[in-house]
Design a protein around this ligand. Structure first.
Ligand SMILES: [Fe+2]
Length: 211
């Protein structure tokens, strides 16, 4: 029997890749709540919406399917981006390796890039969305991307560094202090993970552009 892999509804929560109390300036309470409630909720809801989609028939009204598809995309991207976000935290915040050179090449200096990234995050303050450094696969270029919510992303890109700007990422510790959250985010970035993603994305991009 063929197992329909797109209809399995078996997504599971990936544990935090660091001790919840180990971050610098981001509380255990906030990161645990974020992981369990916001990310965990997205995983549960993705399973639920996939179950609903598996039961649709040719008679299901198109507007019902459209609503389910919209929710599916929201929860799937929320899952993907949250996993990337948590996995690029837990470090010492010191940039090193290939990403340092790539950002300097893309923006003149890494300080200039950081200014862009912080400003992108600040622009999302009080709202909801993501600030992302992505590698655009069809050009091989680094892009700093604004995403107003889970479903706005740069087509054909892979995220390298993901900063959650939904209020649930900072409200508990920082209130409306978005800039202080961004400082704390930068202090905890795991740049080794970002370098691993960069290497994989560059390899994939080169393969695509050679094809
Ligand atoms: Fe989040």
């Amino acid at each position: 029997m063929i197992v329909p892999t797109s209809l399995t509804s078996q997504h599971t929560v990936v544990p935090l890749p660091f001790a919840a109390g180990s971050l610098d300036g981001i509380s255990e309470r906030m990161i645990s709540s974020h992981h369990e409630n916001n990310y965990g909720g997205a995983v549960k809801n993705l399973n639920r919406v996939e179950q609903e989609l598996a039961q649709t028939t040719p008679d299901t009204p198109p507007l019902v399917v459209a609503a389910l598809r919209e929710r599916e995309l929201t929860f799937r991207n929320s899952k993907t981006l949250h996993e990337a976000y948590f996995a690029n935290l837990g470090g010492d915040g010191r940039r090193s390796g290939a990403i340092e050179a790539a950002l300097a090449q893309a923006y003149g200096t890494t300080a200039r890039w950081e200014q862009h990234m912080r400003a992108t995050g600040m622009g999302l303050g009080g709202g909801s969305g993501w600030a992302i450094v992505a590698l655009e696969l069809d050009t091989g270029a680094l892009r700093t991307v604004w995403s107003g919510h889970h479903t706005q992303g740069l087509a054909t890109s892979l995220p390298l560094l993901v900063m959650d700007m939904y209020e649930h990422s900072y409200q508990m510790d920082f209130g409306a202090g978005v800039a202080r959250y961004i400082d704390a985010f930068f202090a905890n970035v795991n740049w080794d993970e970002v370098n691993r993603r960069l290497e994989r994305a560059q390899r994939l991009s080169a393969t695509l552009r050679d094809a």
